[in-house]
Design a protein around this ligand. Sequence first.
Ligand code: ADP
Ligand code: MG
Length: 368
Amino acid sequence: MKKFFCVSGAAVLFWLLGGCSFEKTQQVQSVDTAMGTVVQQSIYTREADSGAARDILELTKSLEQEMLSRRLDSSQVYAVNAGAGKPEGTEVSEELAQILRTCIRIGEDSGGALDITLGPVVQLWDMDAWAAGERTGEFQPPGEEALTEALGLCGRDKMQLWEDSGESSQGNGGEAEDHVDASVGGRVILSAGACLDLGAVGKGVALDRILVYLEEHKEILGAVISLGGSILTYGEKPEGGGWRVAVMDPFDTSAYVGILTLDGGWCVSTSGDYQRFVEAEGVRYHHIYDPSSGYPAQSGVAGVTILSHSGLESDALSTACFILGVEAGLELAERYGAEALFVEKDGRVTMTAGMEQYWSPVGERIPE
Ligand code: ADP
Ligand code: MG
């Protein structure tokens, strides 16, 4: 018996909004799909005929098509992967180079838990297709030999990122950012067979771009934008009070374990073993892999939610913390000035001290 499951990426999930009765303020709401997940938007704007929701959807789609997708041949990441094995590598934009640098740094700071070179392993498991029900038949985990072969193509040493200045962030550990000049792009050199996968950070990157858009549009007073498991709060609600973001119950995805009450400017990312998985012979195989084994990570965590002012960091850290487990995950989040909340497999909830002020467990009165 095979069971597959896909919460369309939605980990944290819904917001509780009051109606908008304020004169001249419109509330625009929409639900679409992009980046393989559900995009839910709620925007408070002074403009009667606001195209903001459409613009935000478009910019999310174009980010995937032009930069991040591993599958679409129009993207920079696709070109980088297609160029694997070429000694001269592939040129990338300044924005992508910056994203890759941050991923490399968080990869190093997480002891290799976040590994954007894990493409060969991600492809081998093909969990997105299984979880979405696109692949049918009897699910079989990959064989040892195939997994060892795929793992052999992954790792920090399979990728070099050269600045246009001619310097490489290869092999210089946490110092990778020291010589970064934001005005230059870069060149990525991948070993033959290597493959980048930015699935762990794509939605967070999109939230960062969406924040820039919102800040440029002064008619927008407040918004909450959800891309599957990553949510952005922005500005204020006309009727006052914080934005409420529920944290899904990993054991019952129709329920939630608590609510975060947040002001504008937060990115909230959740990674969990209940988002995309397939079950075969009583074993759950999910979509976040431990780079040391190539198997779905087993750290005792069912779900972890990260709060950060950076979308990229919130998304990268949620994936890394899921793999690291509670103790090392808390340390990593604190190192980045982020807040973290873990739900363990035994139901225990553990969080950073700074998270407590935002958190109301289910059943408790939610602050206004
Ligand atoms: P989601 O994208 O479902 O919200 P995550 O942000 O945790 O969840 O990212 C999971 C995705 O990241 C996987 O689908 C895969 O593409 C990629 N991935 C899986 N394991 C790792 C890892 N250890 N390091 C980096 N990326 C990973
Ligand atoms: Mg992530």
